[in-house]
Design a protein. Structure first.
Length: 118
């Protein structure tokens, strides 16, 4: 079902045309996605526990429109924390690792008076 959508987006990217998926906001969300995966449950569960007074993962009421403000608050906090985690932790480490991989291997210069090896 999603295969035609993915193929169309890939075709636009390969042809060098702008697409919605290449826009700055969606690229940023893609960069933050792993951090979002890590933090979303840590944010949403306490909000749900506070809002509904439940103690278990399986003891929540069925979804309703009354839950929308809690869901939007959880989404906003999760995205903000994801941005912070990406900018302060993930991106700096990625830069360091990429710099380490780009460096030339260190070679020691030949000793003075030594003949170069061929």
């Amino acid at each position: 079902m999603f295969a035609p959508l993915i193929a169309a987006a890939a075709t636009n990217d390969l042809a060098g045309r702008r697409s919605l998926l290449g826009s700055r906001p969606l690229v940023a969300l893609g960069q933050w996605s792993y951090a979002f995966y890590l933090v979303h449950f840590l944010v949403l569960f306490p909000i749900a526990k506070h809002a509904f007074g439940r103690r278990s993962l399986y003891d929540f009421p069925p979804p309703s429109w009354a839950h929308l403000p809690y869901a939007l608050a959880g989404l906003a906090v999760s995205v903000l924390l994801s941005w912070g985690l990406y900018r302060l932790y993930e991106y700096p480490i990625e830069k360091r690792l990429r710099a380490m991989l780009r460096r030339e291997p260190k070679t020691t210069p030949p000793a003075p008076g030594a003949e170069p090896s061929m």
